[in-house]
Design a protein around this ligand. Structure first.
Ligand SMILES: [Zn+2]
Length: 242
């Protein structure tokens, strides 16, 4: 089972790490099957800097999941940084290669709702009283439009500056999307200022993170290349502080 394979891969990896806690937040139940939603904390005693990474809120965008796992497996995790990981935010969607959850709801438009989907309730509860220096949500963009790499930034200076740092320092192999309009938004050198208030990244910028961005990895390139880009973005984020 695709979701359980990854669930156990992350759980095993977490067990072998020092100062790591794996937590099952809850199960998404559909047709008598459970799809686990989990998170991992590493070095939680360290307050600063703190980084939070999430992936697969759109279940068919899997390179964030494999990128986070590959980064964990490289065993080069800093002991001076606090990490929180939500590697599979939409477990049902991930299992079935679907953008939406089992009710065909786009979870990245739920964060402002008073009564959001269970996945979002579990995450919001888990985030209570947490403040991160940086939050990154990993996405993949449209295959149809053959898009290149770009970033949605929360509309504050810290997030915009950090987005530019990523765009400047990302590997030369990554082609930045230079279009002036992307997804209907005004864009400049691969940067879009986010106004989607119901998205995970906007919620984090409003409540839980000083820097909050969403990275859009090109889905037209191979899964190995996409995985390496996600992993490299995590490493660039660590370097921002070290
Ligand atoms: Zn997405």
């Amino acid at each position: 089972m695709r979701i359980l394979n990854k669930y156990y891969a992350f759980k095993d990896k977490s067990r072998n790490l020092r100062n790591s806690e794996f937590k099952l937040l809850g199960n998404i139940n559909f047709n008598n099957k459970n799809y686990p939603l989990f998170r991992i904390d590493i070095n939680s005693k360290i307050k600063n800097p703190s980084l939070c990474f999430s992936a697969a809120i759109h279940g068919n965008e899997s390179s964030g999941v494999s990128g986070i796992l590959k980064w964990l497996e490289n065993n080069n995790i800093s002991r001076k940084i606090n990490y929180r990981l939500y590697p599979i935010t939409n477990p049902y969607g991930y299992h079935f290669f679907r953008r939406t959850n089992h009710k065909r709801i786009n979870l990245n438009r739920e964060f402002k709702k008073e009564n959001p989907e269970k996945e979002i309730k579990l995450i919001k509860t888990d985030l209570r009283n947490k403040l991160f220096n940086i939050f990154i949500s990993f996405h993949e963009n449209s295959t149809k439009d053959k898009e290149d790499f770009y970033i949605y930034s929360y509309p504050n200076k810290n997030s915009i500056d950090f987005s530019k740092y990523i765009l400047r320092n990302i590997s030369n192999n990554v082609i930045i999307d230079e279009r002036k309009i992307i997804d209907g938004y005004k864009a400049k050198n691969g940067l879009i200022i986010d106004d989607m208030e119901s998205s995970f990244e906007f919620y984090m910028g409003d409540n839980n993170a000083k820097v909050s961005i969403c990275v859009e990895i090109p889905s037209k390139i191979s899964i190995k290349q996409r995985t390496d880009i996600a992993k490299d973005i995590i490493i660039l984020t660590e370097k921002f502080y070290l």
